[in-house]
Ligand binder design. Structure first.
Ligand SMILES: Nc1nc2c(c(=O)[nH]1)N[C@H]1C(S)=C(S)[C@@H](COP(=O)(O)O)O[C@H]1N2
Ligand SMILES: [Mo]
Length: 333
């Protein structure tokens, strides 16, 4: 099946209503049941989630004045996937967002998080550093919809329609110096709004990532502001996140506040936390197992179907030679 161009994904009879209602006892049971996350070790972020508003009970899609104008955006037909879209009910309720939760249930803890207003600084080795207001950014770059495969290092995979714009366009706007060899990203740091940042001291917040500048300038590298034809839900990384579809999911930081051009190879959150398990390049590669599990197959969300993992997550053609110049061999580390 091909990417659904008629966008039926908002009209289908609402599938499997996840119970968003949460009481304290339920929460405690759920904490006890989640036997520690796959990616790290560490304790659950322990606190009682606040009551959810009606709108947030559904999907936690934040209110924003521009959203009706911006979404849904024009589909870019160059980025389609020959695989069924993953149902949005699953995509919005099965997340890795350690600022909120280690157990995939970030949607239950995002209520206090306020993605608007928001500012993003583009800075470092460039001629025109700038602190963008998110509204200004959303108006400055034409939004388009692209369907990408998405592969988490834990082996689950999904197919989703992102809305956003090429990261390259944003970087070009700041006029990078020739000395800029890397691009570093930093996520938000608001312990008062994110229970995991407040209570989980196993990690060094805020989340940070980085890539070589030629990776950031590849046409596939995407700044996502929307998902399924609407603004990103909070748990999916509102108001904006980075997506590198040929790399494991953790290379794409959510809810970012800073993009920095630098001549120093960036440290990355997961590599610093567990250097033997999570590398710098993190290219999807079926023949390079994670130390604790094989990467030869992936598990499609919802159906649980196991399919063969593809080198560079199936994006080798679009890498414009990165796999010959920078990687040579699908580097994970
Ligand atoms: N700030 C931040 N970004 C993050 C993460 C996170 O915990 N915090 N998790 C990463 C991981 S491991 C994955 S697989 C994807 C998950 O995105 P999704 O929950 O929207 O599917 O976000 C990535 N970006
Ligand atoms: Mo992940």
């Amino acid at each position: 099946m091909i990417n659904n161009p008629s966008r039926k994904y908002w009209n289908e009879a609402s599938a499997s209503p996840e119970t968003h209602y949460l009481n304290r006892r339920h929460f405690i049971r759920q904490l006890a049941a989640s036997s520690g996350a796959v990616m790290g070790a560490g304790l659950g972020a322990g606190s009682v989630a606040a009551a959810l508003s009606d709108r947030e009970k559904m999907y936690n899609i934040p209110e924003h004045a521009l959203s009706d104008k911006l979404y849904p955006a024009k589909i870019n037909p160059a980025y389609k996937v020959k695989r069924a879209l993953t149902p949005k009910d699953e995509v919005f309720t099965y997340n890795n967002f350690y600022e909120f939760s280690l157990d995939k249930k970030a949607h239950r803890y995002v209520e206090p998080f306020q993605p608007f207003p928001w500012q993003i600084e583009v800075t470092g080795l460039c001629g025109k550093p700038k602190k963008w207001d998110i509204d200004e950014m959303l108006k400055a770059f034409p939004l388009e919809e692209r369907t990408y495969r998405f592969r988490c290092v834990e082996a689950w995979a999904m197919t989703v329609p992102w809305t956003g714009f090429p990261l390259k366009s944003l970087i070009e706007k700041c006029e990078p110096d020739a000395k800029a060899k890397y691009v570093r990203f930093v996520s938000f740091h608001r312990p008062e709004q994110a229970v995991g940042q407040r209570e989980n001291k196993d990690y060094s917040w805020p989340y940070y990532e980085g890539v070589n500048i030629e990776e950031a300038m590849n046409p596939l590298a995407f700044v996502a502001t929307g998902l399924y034809g609407k603004q990103l839900p909070k748990q999916s990384g509102a108001p904006l996140r980075i997506v590198f579809p040929w790399k494991y999911g953790y290379k794409g930081p959510k809810s970012i506040v800073k993009i920095e051009l630098t001549d120093q190879k960036p440290h990355t959150f997961w590599n610093d936390a567990m250097s033997k398990e999570y590398g710098y390049f993190s290219n999807v590669n079926p023949s390079k197992p994670h130390p604790r599990w094989s990467q030869s197959t992936e598990r499609l969300l919802v159906t649980g179907q196991r399919v063969a993992t593809r080198l560079y997550n199936g994006y080798e053609q679009e890498l414009e030679g990165l796999h010959k110049t920078l990687y040579k061999n699908g580097e994970v580390f």
